[in-house]
Design a protein around this ligand. Structure first.
Ligand code: NAP
Length: 315
């Protein structure tokens, strides 16, 4: 008999509907995917693996024999902080298509900043005809915080487009043509040379508030910043002060402390901030379902659980 695989999610609307239709179809040869609310008591007890997307921890706790959960998201900070350390293992989504999508977003918004688009957009309503000196990509250094799946794909894409790229990670890394840094002194060195800083580290105890007032102050005058990681990694008040004082040029923010960004947030109308509604690299249903199906099939056949989140590091 095919095993029942719970789907636990607090997501609503179109996103939930998309999963509810794609998961049962994509996993039909492997098992029966059922939303948590439809599970019988026996099915809850029998479940060894569940698929989760922003799940309620209380619902996950009501699956007492889970060995692991497969997240449909790449960022799993909420799960990692809410599930007990001795609870089910957490496997996040690692999808090459997501890395391609994120690197495309990093390239797109880097080009936006590199070609002075925010400045020209500000000039237009004021009817200002003013040319700014053009820099070539190799005259611009882009610093990336985080050289994981998404950060390293982004670094290589920027490099291929002629930018001078450096990156920072927890452990030392080597990446073709990319100057790499690690550790606290490495962070200072990277910040000091980043004309554009891109945030792509996961949110953990160690990265919460990582880009604080001190780090913002280390960026060169006229630098810009892109946050595609998580809101709490960046001190937004320090960023806004640096933009207001003219020390920093522009910020592209896709992630915030509270999402959706509240209507009364001053960030919405700040002329040096581009607000995006967490869209830089959404999970793509059809590729994600294939990856989840592959991982769960292998587990059911061999007992092998994919690489999971290190509960001490938090990612
Ligand atoms: N905005 C969006 O639409 C969107 C979409 C998907 C993901 N995201 C965000 O992007 C994040 C990164 O995803 P990923 O798949 O690239 O993660 P990943 O493969 O786990 O890579 C994380 C990178 O960050 C580094 N890192 C972690 N903690 C650090 C610390 N304390 N100091 C220095 N470096 C540290 C890691 O260093 P090591 O290499 O040494 O381990 C690694 O290079 C996700 O966690 C998520 O929050 C955003």
């Amino acid at each position: 008999m095919r095993p029942v695989i719970p789907f636990v999610s607090e997501s609503e609307g179109v996103e939930r509907e998309a999963w509810i239709s794609a998961l049962p179809e994509g996993l039909q040869d492997i098992g029966v995917v059922k939303p948590f609310a439809d599970l019988t008591e026996d099915e809850r007890r029998a479940a060894k693996v569940a698929i989760v997307a922003n799940p309620s921890p209380a619902e996950v706790a009501r699956l007492p024999n889970l060995e692991w959960v497969h997240s449909l998201w790449a960022g799993v900070e909420r799960l990692a902080s809410e599930l007990p350390p001795d609870g089910p293992k957490i496997v996040r989504l690692t999808d090459p298509q997501m890395a391609a999508t994120m690197s495309e977003a990093v390239l797109a918004w880097t080009l936006y900043l590199h070609r002075d688009m925010p400045r020209y957009a500000r000039q237009q309503p004021r009817k200002i005809w003013l040319e700014h000196a053009l820099k070539t990509p190799d005259q611009r250094t882009v610093g990336i915080l985080g050289l994981g799946k998404l950060g390293s794909a982004s670094a290589l894409r920027l490099k291929a487009n002629g930018f001078n790229v450096c990156g920072w990670s927890r452990s030392p890394k080597q990446l073709d043509g990319v100057e790499t840094f690690s550790g606290a002194s490495g962070l200072s060195d990277l910040l000091a040379r980043s004309d554009i800083l891109v945030l792509l580290v996961p949110l953990t105890d160690a990265t919460r508030g990582l880009v604080s007032r001190e780090e913002v102050a280390r960026l060169p005058k006229g630098a810009s910043l892109i946050n595609f990681a998580r809101g709490p990694i960046l001190d937004t008040a320090a960023l806004v002060e640096a933009l207001d004082s003219g020390r920093l040029d522009h910020a592209v923010l896709d992630v915030f402390n509270t999402e959706p960004l509240p209507a009364d947030s001053p960030l919405w109308s700040h002329e040096k901030i581009t607000v995006l509604p967490h869209i830089s690299a959404p999970t793509i249903t059809h590729t994600a379902v294939k990856i989840v199906a592959h991982n769960i099939r292998r587990y059911l056949e061999t007992g092998e659980i994919p690489e999971s989140v290190d509960r001490i590091r938090g990612y």
